[in-house]
Design a protein around this ligand. Structure first.
Ligand code: C5P
Ligand code: MG
Length: 224
């Protein structure tokens, strides 16, 4: 955009800036196929670095079951079919959860004076979510990308399905989730890869071994 147009846009307040300043609020996206180990690694990272862990899937499931939600049925259908919930819903849930955590305040490293650090897990799953979040909510610093084979993911999901009570941890839904991941989420990872913002981690080994790589990638990012 020519500089003069930029100036006019600013003067007229036409450009919306993100809700949170990325110099104060650190956001790490956590991606990888279903069953890649995102949630497990986030659990470890929370303990070592004091992150607030926000799983987009968990927020959607909570909204699905919230009494009076106008999105309950929509969310339920998307989750069962392994498709992506319209991004406005998910972005708003994340923004609200971040605002709550920042308002509440936390003790520990990275949480003084309006600062905070977040692991946004299972998000963005589609390009429109990525653009909307970076522009309106907070510019993300890094994508932790957990990669492994479909074989590994399938066996982990089926194992989890024995106790998770999740409607989508069954062979039929899993197949659809893999397709959505390949067709819709991989382009998001490629987008951030082109920006030099991806740390790819092989999540095939046992969780504690994977965590060594997770920890190193996060330490490097938080130091910047
Ligand atoms: O991450 P998780 O496996 O818990 O997500 C469950 C489902 O929630 C996804 O298969 C999808 O239907 C929905 N979802 C979404 N957008 C996201 C994250 C999850 O639509 N960013
Ligand atoms: Mg998860």
């Amino acid at each position: 955009m020519p500089a003069i147009v930029d100036k006019i846009a600013d003067a007229l307040h036409l450009r919306k800036s993100p809700a949170f300043d990325h110099n104060k609020v650190t956001v790490l996206f956590v991606l990888g196929g279903p069953g890649a180990g995102k949630g497990t690694q986030c659990g470890y990272l929370v303990k070592d670095f004091g992150f607030c862990h926000l799983s987009a899937g968990d927020l959607l499931r909570a909204e699905q079951h919230r009494e009076g939600s106008q999105f309950g049925e929509l969310i339920q259908n998307c989750i069962r079919e392994g498709t992506i919930v319209p991004m406005e819903v998910t972005v708003k849930l994340l923004e609200n959860a971040m605002a709550d955590a920042l308002k509440e305040g936390r003790s520990g490293e990275g949480w003084a004076d309006g600062r905070g650090r977040f692991l946004v897990d299972g998000f963005p799953r589609k390009m429109d979510q990525a653009i909307k979040f970076d522009e309106d909510v907070c510019l993300a610093s890094l994508v932790l990308f957990y990669s492994t084979t479909e074989e590994v993911m399938l066996s982990r999901l089926l194992e989890r399905g024995k106790t998770s009570g999740r409607e989508d941890d069954n062979a039929e839904s899993i197949k659809k989730r893999f397709t959505t991941y390949k067709e819709t989420t991989m382009p998001v990872i490629e987008h951030y890869e082109a920006l030099g913002k991806v740390a790819e981690i092989d999540s095939s080994p046992p969780a504690d071994e994977v965590y060594k790589a997770s920890k190193a990638a996060v330490e490097k990012t938080l130091k910047k």
